[in-house]
Design a protein. Sequence first.
Length: 277
Amino acid sequence: MENEVAEITRAVFERFGYDFRGYRHRPLEGRIRYLCTKLRLADFAELRDWILGNPDRIDFVIENLTISVSDYFREPETFAEVKTRIFSLLSSFSSITIWHAGCAGGQEVFSLAVLLKEAGLYSRARIFASDISGARLNAARGGAKIPLNQFETVERRYRESGGAGLLTSHLRMSGDGFRFDPALMDNVTFVEHNLATDGVFCEANLIFCRNVLIYFGDDLQLQVFNLFQDSLARGGFLCLGSRETPIGAGPGFVKEQGCNRIYRPLRPPRGPILAMA
């Protein structure tokens, strides 16, 4: 089975440039099985042939091979940590660049934008929200929505994240739910970016990458941590998910004092990088 997975990842990389070869085998195999079932294909060989025979459906393939798990103010203790310990340090900068890698449908991007606005930092912040899936990015560009039956849960997490006002002040009614104020997208740029193959494109004061690296093998994780080191400005921070740590990947990062999810790079920053226009 491992060889069959390798055949698919090699075919996808050689034909389309999407590199899944460094992903953890078991989760990736599960996604491939899921895609076979969804397409009613008998086995992995049929799926490989289908992918190569339908190049116009590659966005569909990428969307289904990757796992999109996100939510508004997810893991609120991490947002509270960023607000309490990092915002005060970022406030000394005339401009703030944030890279949210693996942003999925943008739920956490909008969550962070709300907290930045309440802290008076949004007007000088620029957020690059990236993901491997163009379909998910298009959905995020359309604006994030909270269904009515989820509002109480989201509001509770907003409070636990350090929300200082009324969540409804950032929302607009839209049918059977709420949409975030479109102004929260003014300083957000959605970027298609593959952590496995693409390089540095901005110099960030803060990088969010939460519960993405758990799907990467050790070598790919180390490669991505090196990318993050190269992408952080002097005094920058890396914020990870509850199931991730860069400590085992090498001596590149150290946990910020008093924090559980925030790290500083140990390596000196590289030279200035011009952000995307």
